[in-house]
Design a protein around this ligand. Structure first.
Ligand code: HEM
Ligand code: HEM
Ligand code: SF4
Ligand code: SF4
Length: 371
């Protein structure tokens, strides 16, 4: 039945929830659900899981650009129809996994995936993302869809993955490396808990549209949005508005999220900060937040060369210096952050010293340090 705009509640279906995942399981997965004995990584991007019934399932993981056309999804479906009886899955990092129940089906699948390219030459389905290598970059909307970004997401991610492509297809790091990106410090996604994080930041306070603010915004919400108390209600030219104390503002953009009359994005002011050393797992050491190590790099569309260079410096210093199984953050903590800056060649500036509320716990209360 077609939707009738004059009777919007008629035939309305609601609260049905997602489809049950069991409907979509490949038969071999369904048969062996909860019975897996062990797994191996056969080569970068290829896994095998062995069940107690003796059955084996082979998984081929390929990179996904996350933002995909229906045409591309259809191509993925075609591949799944051809090689995997119509089954396919996506990972928590937006890679795509094709599964087959027989080793003989593995090679034709891999060859098929490998030969598919976009007109510009990029690989459509690069195999990799397993083990102690680099996998997909968890990222956000950027200039493609959001109104609060300080940087783009898809663009920066493409530049970084192009430069680090070999490490998507290899497993030569001491431990797995998670890179993520968020285009503003709402941090949608995983930047606060990644080995390397690319974060969009602003450096200028919001502009205030006094003329319209009273009509557009719930003023107390804008006031309460500010983490540093930089905003107070004010009357400007007889109109209700706000006043921003620029000395107190650290450009988080939270007031703009609440109030459309306080925009702050700026061509020169906005750009990239880099954080490192976060992790989610509890393996060996507890999970950690990532820390800021590069306070600012400019937006340089379309290739962001300085951002890419800084990430390469950090990543390959870690690769050379860390011990097996050591995540980037565990390495930096073991050698000391002063050594991290020395080895990576990153400058240490006053911006990196915490000054928010109980910041003193991050300062050094010890004489133990290396010259
Ligand atoms: C003003 C506030 C926000 C707005 C208007 C907003 C809007 C959106 C929109 C429109 C999408 C879908 C984009 C698309 O389909 O292309 C999206 C996706 C998403 N948002 Fe938000 N969002 C907001 C805040 C947040 C916050 C605070 C978080 C997390 C802390 C968050 C996490 C996400 C995530 C994880 C996705 C999915 C990204 C993906 O496709 O993988 N959002 N948001
Ligand atoms: C106590 C709270 C939380 C727990 C226990 C938790 C746990 C997890 C776990 C176990 C994963 C899977 C990691 C993996 O398999 O690699 C994960 C992934 C993720 N979490 Fe959380 N999480 C928590 C809070 C959050 C919050 C607050 C956010 C967002 C602000 C968030 C965003 C994400 C994202 C984006 C991923 C995907 C990252 C990836 O695939 O590597 N999580 N989380
Ligand atoms: S990180 Fe910020 S700018 Fe990026 S999608 Fe999320 S809210 Fe929008
Ligand atoms: S940008 Fe952030 S710190 Fe600055 S006034 Fe707005 S809410 Fe406050």
């Amino acid at each position: 039945m077609g939707y009738d705009p004059s009777n919007p509640m008629k035939d309305r279906i609601t609260d049905v929830g997602p489809r049950n995942y069991e409907e979509f399981l490949p038969p071999i997965i369904k048969r062996n659900f909860g019975k897996w004995l062990y797994h191996e990584i056969l080569e970068p991007g290829v896994l095998v899981h062995v069940s107690e019934t003796g059955e084996k399932v082979y998984t081929v993981r390929v990179g996904g650009c996350r933002l995909m056309s229906v045409q591309h999804i259809r191509e993925i479906c075609d591949i799944a129809d051809k090689h995997c009886d119509g089954h396919v899955r996506w990972t928590t990092r937006n890679n795509v996994e094709f599964m087959v129940d027989d080793e003989a089906k593995l090679k034709p699948l891999m060859e098929d995936l490998e030969k598919r390219k976009f007109a510009g030459g990029s690989n459509k389905f690069p195999r990799g993302g397993t083990g102690a290598g680099l996998t997909n970059i968890v990222h956000t909307q950027g200039w493609i869809h959001c109104h609060t970004p300080a940087i783009d997401a898809s663009g920066v991610v493409k530049c970084v993955m192009d430069e680090l492509y070999d490490d998507f297809q290899n497993m030569r790091f001491p431990a797995q490396v998670r890179i993520s990106l968020a285009c503003c410090l709402n941090m949608c996604g995983a930047v606060h808990c990644s080995d390397i994080a690319i974060l969009g930041i602003h450096r200028k306070p919001p502009m205030v549209d006094h003329e319209n603010l009273g009509n557009m915004c719930e003023i107390p919400l804008a006031v309460a949005a500010c983490p540093t108390g930089a905003i107070k209600p004010a009357t400007v030219d007889g109109k209700k508005s706000v006043a921003v104390n620029n000395e107190r503002c650290m450009f988080c953009g939270n007031c703009f999220t609440m109030c459309p009359s306080m925009p702050l994005a700026d061509e020169e002011g906005s750009g990239v900060a880099i954080l490192v050393g976060g992790k989610l797992s509890n393996r060996i050491k507890p999970p950690m937040f990532s820390k800021v190590v590069v306070p600012f790099l400019p937006n340089e569309p379309p290739r962001w060369p300085q951002t890419v260079l800084a990430i390469k410096k950090i990543l390959y210093t870690y690769m050379e210096d860390a011990r097996k199984y050591e995540r980037l953050g565990n390495w930096a903590e073991r050698i000391g952050w002063e050594r991290f800056f020395e080895k990576t060649g990153l400058p240490f500036t006053a911006h990196l010293i915490d000054d928010y509320r109980f910041a003193y716990t991050t300062w050094r209360t010890s004489t133990q340090f290396k010259f």
